[in-house]
Design a protein around this ligand. Structure first.
Ligand code: UFG
Length: 332
């Protein structure tokens, strides 16, 4: 299949691009390299461009005779979205809608979208079995990031009813880890994600990790997240593309179905690295739901998704290997 991958040089994008290429697909990566890394994708596949440049994208859809778009390019930080909603609505909604419409006009019938667990907001603790979160759970995002992603999901759905078009929205829980062979891994600037931050604190690259809130109504008072290995996440995209066709409306959680607290993440990094992590207990971060754990049985049942990494330790081991070999990320 001829596939355009926006944001394909980013963390999840680049792991997916590798699998798509390995699966024999003809992949064009479109990335502005603001967060993505040139070294994370094969040079001959990369087109440097910005999502806002819709004419550039349109040109690629035509000349590359694109059959499917996998759309990663987005602003992706929950706390940043609280401070800069304008940027999030523009990048994640306005530019994505432009892209979607060019897909329609150019007859691109398959679209895989990077959605997020942040669409759910606060799990409805009053409802029995609210956690793990099922795809049909109530969706009331508690931050602009989740709100923009949910709005675009809705556009996809409406398009699929009116046009010859099918989509898959993958609601990522917490992507983590690095490629098994150590070739690529997680490198954000600035880094805001827990596992790389804890590793940096362990190795002395930062003085400590601050725990954002220790007074949540969770077993140890810290937030609980469902960490899913980036290669398992990537595999879900490949499976989704295989299922897509006109009128298909697919929405899946991508998570392991098991939650770990911030303190458990810190303890796991200590166990894997053999190092001590300096910790500072801090206040809650805006926009953080206390618990996000996926019910991921729909993805397993319908697409045959079978994650290779089913516990945090296995995921952290791959992250630790990448960070040890690349202390300065792709710059090192
Ligand atoms: N955390 C800390 N200290 C830090 C960094 C994070 O205590 O220095 C805590 C956060 O408060 C949160 C947990 O660790 O409770 C995980 O935080 P991350 O920033 O690693 O990830 P988020 O859960 O905020 O967000 C991630 C992705 C989003 C996605 C979300 C869905 O970055 O894009 O998962 O679950 F929407």
């Amino acid at each position: 299949m001829r596939i355009l991958v926006t944001g394909g040089a980013g963390y999840i994008g680049s792991h997916t691009v590798r699998q798509l290429i390995a699966g024999g697909h003809d992949v064009t990566v479109f990335d502005n390299l603001r967060y993505g890394h040139r070294q994370a994708v094969p040079a001959e596949r990369l087109v440097v461009g910005d999502l806002r440049d819709i004419d550039h994208l349109d040109h690629l859809l035509v000349v590359e005779r694109v059959e499917a778009v996998v759309h990663f390019a987005a602003s992706t930080s929950v706390p940043e979205s609280v401070k800069a909603p304008a940027e999030y609505y523009t990048n994640n909604l306005v530019y994505s809608l432009q892209l979607l419409d060019r897909c329609r006009r150019n007859g691109v019938g398959k679209f895989v979208f990077s959605s997020t667990a942040a669409v759910y907001g606060l799990p409805d603790y009053g409802v029995p079995d609210a956690v793990p979160i099922r795809e049909d759970a109530k969706k009331v995002p508690v931050n602009p990031y989740g709100a923009t992603k949910l709005a675009f999901e809705r556009a996809l759905e409406d398009y699929s009813f009116a046009y010859p078009f099918g989509y898959c929205a993958l609601r990522y829980f917490n992507a983590a880890g690095a490629a098994e062979d150590g070739a690529i891994g997680e490198d954000h600037t600035p880094e805001t994600h827990l596992i790389p931050i804890v590793i940096q604190a362990a190795t002395g690259k930062r003085p400590h990790v601050e725990i954002f809130g220790t007074d949540y109504n969770t077993p140890d008072g810290t937030c609980v997240r469902d960490y899913v290995h980036v290669d398992d996440l990537a595999a879900a995209h490949v499976l989704a593309l295989g299922k897509l066709g006109p009128g298909k409306r697919l929405t899946y959680n991508v998570g392991i179905g098991r939650g770990y607290s911030v303190r458990e993440v810190i303890a796991t990094v200590e166990a894997v690295s053999g190092l001590t992590v300096p910790v500072k207990e801090g206040v809650r971060r805006d926009g953080d739901p206390p618990v996000l754990v996926a019910a991921a049985d729909r993805l397993r049942a319908e697409l045959g998704w079978a994650p290779k990494y089913t516990n945090l330790r296995a995921i952290v081991e791959t992250a630790w290997r990448w960070h040890k070999a690349h202390p300065d990320g792709f710059g090192g």
